[in-house]
Design a protein around this ligand. Structure first.
Ligand code: ARG
Length: 476
């Protein structure tokens, strides 16, 4: 293996050590950030007179050739992507190429690449969450009047609009979205200039480098810059939290798709079959989302353990951060995408037929008696006894006659029966956070406004993401 640090180490490294310590198989994903970082770094060196115009131009041309090369075939023969790019640059740009590492260490270089990666992934995940939320709202609108059962303890609880149920997850993903926006900000700071740990011996033009790479801020302390991976921890945490939410809605859907619950139907295109049981239609997509949430939760633990007790400043342990970060970001993005599309291929089934024996309107009947002047605690007991009676006599609440009802309370009247209608149960919820048709409509409207706002905010982030062509033009 070729090395950029040959001088001190006189012997060839053992092949086993080469394989064990290398990270090229992973960090090659960072190649474009590494090239852009080098372009900006060269500009920062030129700005303080450390690099003349001619070698500067040679470096830019050389990096362009390295990029083209990398687009044709994957890198090999080097420890990591940083040494690969530097060595290829020397192949193309000769002596000028050897100057690129002035005022720089791989320690600040790698974390600069990682910050750019996290900014881009935060942006991608933001657009992924927004797409998921758009599909949630679309499904909620498509099934506006559909009443399903809300569950507590996995027991039928009360009637609810499918739209209200969907908006409950919209709310969770809105918080995830805010998390990804703040991940973007946490990564939006330039480490370059920090060099190995105490700062470069050259007064690198960090303002220029930051503006070229679209970093809004510069790290204020070199030792912190090369050692801190908080911005990655934030990212992995946000991924793990979003995945928890995805696992929860997946679990709901797995249960709801069963014959026993039969609360949703999933299109064949999003189900799989069995190799032996011909009748099976399985929700494997949802099960895999549920499983992958475990992997990302594991990534969070991995990242915390990697950082726990690490001495200042750069330690090779930090090389392992990439496998964790890439896995978390990759799984979360893929799950968001497949789940968003699944929402386009499913429908809620109204609860109508299934309510027999569920006494799902019992709370509404308790409220009905309160409306007649009974205290809630008394009314709860009256309705509880009525439910027990109906259960024993195999009757549904609407099958109880007025004479039977009056054995439990003289306050029951003919209007009891209209109170049992599921639509009436829905609209009796007057609070703005409840399932009443009006509040759900308002909340749907608000959700659509939120989506518009977030799309604008996400568009704003694009200006903080460096682009190769744009950078190349800027340096011409
Ligand atoms: N491949 C290394 C990483 O990803 C690059 C930094 C190496 N720095 C060092 N001092 N050995 O962390």
């Amino acid at each position: 293996m070729n090395k950029i640090w040959k001088g001190r180490i006189q012997k060839d490294t053992d092949k086993l050590v080469d394989d064990f310590t290398g990270s090229l198989h992973l960090d090659q994903q960072l190649y474009l950030y590494d090239i852009m970082g080098s372009m900006a770094h060269a500009a920062g060196l030129k700005s303080i007179g450390v690099l003349d115009q001619e070698p500067f131009e040679k470096i830019l041309e050389g990096l362009d050739l390295v990029k083209k090369d990398l687009e044709k075939k994957p890198p090999s023969g080097y420890e990591d992507i940083h040494s690969f790019i530097e060595s290829r640059l020397v192949d193309f740009a000769g002596e000028a190429g050897k100057k690129i590492h002035t005022a720089r260490s791989r320690n600040d270089q790698v974390v600069t690449d990682e910050r750019m990666y996290v900014k881009q992934s935060a942006y991608d995940l933001i657009t992924g969450v927004i797409a998921l939320q758009e599909n949630m709202v679309a499904l909620a609108e498509k099934q506006k009047g559909c009443i399903i059962a809300a569950y507590t303890h996995l027991q039928m609880a009360q009637p609810v609009l499918a739209a209200h149920y969907l908006l409950s997850f919209f709310a969770k993903f809105s918080r995830d979205l805010k998390g990804f926006f703040s991940c973007f900000d946490a990564a939006d700071s330039l480490p370059l200039g920090s060099a190995a740990c105490v700062g470069s011996g050259y007064a690198l033009d960090r303002d220029l480098v930051a503006s070229l790479l679209k970093f809004s801020q510069k790290d204020a302390n070199s030792m912190d810059a090369v050692s801190s991976r908080d911005f990655m921890l934030d990212m992995v945490y946000c991924c793990a939290k979003a995945m928890l939410h995805l696992s929860q809605i997946s679990e709901d859907f797995i249960i709801y798709a069963s014959q026993e619950f039969s609360q949703i139907a999933i299109d064949d295109a999003f189900c799989t079959g069995s190799s032996i049981m011909p009748q099976k239609k399985n929700p494997d997509v949802l099960e895999l989302v549920r499983a992958k949430s475990a992997l990302v939760a594991g990534n969070l633990t991995q990242m915390m353990m990697l950082l726990k007790g690490l001495p200042s400043t750069y330690n090779r342990d930090l090389q392992e951060d990439k496998a964790i970060l890439f896995a978390a970001v990759g799984q979360t993005g893929a799950c968001m995408q497949v789940f968003a599309k699944l929402l386009d291929h499913m429908a809620f089934k109204p609860v109508d037929e299934k309510i027999k024996g569920s006494f799902i309107q019992a709370t509404d009947i308790a409220d009905y008696l309160v409306g007649k002047g009974v205290s809630f605690r008394d009314s709860h007991q009256i309705v509880g006894r009525l439910v027990g009676y109906c259960h024993k006599n195999n009757k549904d609440l609407q099958e109880a006659s007025l004479a039977e009802l009056n054995r439990f309370s003289p306050h029951f009247d003919q209007d009891y029966y209209s109170c049992l209608k599921l639509g009436a149960c829905i609209d009796s919820k007057k609070v703005d956070c409840g399932t009443g048709t009006k509040s759900v409509e308002q909340n749907l409207k608000k959700a659509k406004q939120d989506i518009k706002t977030w799309k604008l905010q996400a568009d704003g982030l694009k200006q903080k993401l460096p682009q190769y062509q744009e950078l190349k033009e800027a340096l011409r």
